[in-house]
Design a protein around this ligand. Structure first.
Ligand SMILES: O=C(O)C[C@H]1C=CC(=O)O1
Length: 96
């Protein structure tokens, strides 16, 4: 199942810089792992924002929820999710 996910990060302005750097490093490590596993299929920065557009390929809504909740930056994110299905005019074999 494919989901389009928008994540907007709002770290507190007074957050300790070392704590913020650790959160970002941990987030990057998990994001890399999930991309290698094919669960996090696309990750794009939204120009001019501390936000991203992502595409997740997961087996269930529950799996998506569990993955997102594991993200170290989850407590500081506003998340918007849209479920996607195959477009009849798509020419790409990997759009499921
Ligand atoms: O920077 C972000 O958009 C937030 C988050 C998503 C992946 C990652 O490494 O950090």
């Amino acid at each position: 199942m494919l989901f389009h996910v928008k994540m907007t990060v709002n770290l507190p302005v007074d957050m300790n810089p070392e704590a913020a750097a650790k959160l970002k490093a941990d987030e990057k490590a998990l994001a890399s792992r999930l991309q290698e596993q094919g669960k996090w299929r696309h990750l794009w920065r939204i120009a001019g924002h501390y936000a991203n557009y992502s595409v997740f390929d997961v087996d269930s809504v529950q799996e998506l929820h569990d993955l997102l909740m594991q993200l170290p930056l989850f407590p500081y994110m506003a998340i918007e999710i849209d479920a996607m299905c195959r477009h009849p005019s798509s020419i790409r074999d990997d759009d499921r």
